[in-house]
Design a protein around this ligand. Structure first.
Ligand code: ATP
Length: 232
């Protein structure tokens, strides 16, 4: 059963069309990939789903709500491509602060934070975020997206710019979340990052969906070379 439906979404910035004719639906528990090169319209699409960008046209329904509705925000976790974190805080303080914003009771929050950071294998949790590596910061941002135990997770390029070990960690953790029943939208520049984790993918280019299917179907249809399939 679909938990997320997108119908003919379009976004224009001035006279420029960033996303056009975007339609898809995502089943509960599915990991859905949005793949494409720089400027393809992935972030714009994901932000429209998260209610952070207003579509020019078209509609989306996420967990029974229109993006942006307060009730939907409670069911959604969003990992932005560039995640601004409070650099002077420790990971734990930062996540506790966010838990409070979401009205998560203190004891539930501590358990949730510890569990996420354990599973993500984040060390040095009491180090100031400003002194953490990029991979560590990404893990903190992922734990933040999970703070409200959301039904739907939108991960914008969660693996980009990470070393292979951290990339694997993030991908394996995403797989685990999906096995636990979370629905995940996962964007990436290439199929390499999504092939093991995504059930279905759409490929975007110049604001449009140009291919869709399982990773295998897309690889077969396009000879494995188009759309940055294995480019890094
Ligand atoms: P990347 O992989 O580089 O993050 P992307 O696929 O996420 O790319 P978007 O960030 O969605 O692509 O951008 C799609 C197009 O829309 C780009 O040409 C971008 O310059 C343009 N765009 C995005 N946001 C804005 C904005 N706020 N104002 C004007 N143009 C924008």
């Amino acid at each position: 059963m679909a938990i997320l439906e997108v119908d003919d979404l379009r976004k224009e910035y001035g006279g420029f069309t960033a996303v056009e004719g975007s339609s898809f639906s995502i089943d509960r528990g599915e990991v859905f990939g949005v793949v494409g090169p720089n400027g393809a319209g992935k972030t714009t699409t994901l932000k429209m789903l998260a209610g952070l960008v207003e579509p020019t046209d078209g509609a989306a329904v996420v967990a029974g709500h229109t993006p942006g509705e307060r009730a939907m925000q409670r069911k959604l976790g969003f990992l932005p491509e560039e995640s601004p974190l409070y650099e002077e805080m420790t990971a734990t303080d930062y996540l506790e602060f966010f838990a409070d914003l979401y009205d998560v009771p203190e004891d539930v929050a501590s358990e949730r934070i510890e569990s996420s950071l354990d599973r993500l294998d984040l060390e040095h949790r009491d180090r100031q975020i400003g002194n953490m590596s990029k991979g560590m910061k990404r893990k903190v941002a992922i734990a933040r997206a999970l703070i409200n135990d959301p039904e739907v997770l939108i991960f914008d390029e969660p693996a980009s710019g990470l070393d292979p070990l951290t990339t694997n960690h993030v991908i394996e953790f995403t797989e685990e979340l999906s096995e636990e029943g979370k629905t995940i939208v996962f964007s990436a520049h290439n199929l390499f990052h999504v092939e093991s984790v995504c059930d279905r993918v759409v490929i975007m280019n110049d604001g449009r969906i140009v291919a869709r299917g399982s990773v295998e179907e897309i690889r077969d249809d396009h000879g494995g070379t188009e759309y940055h399939v294995y480019a890094t």
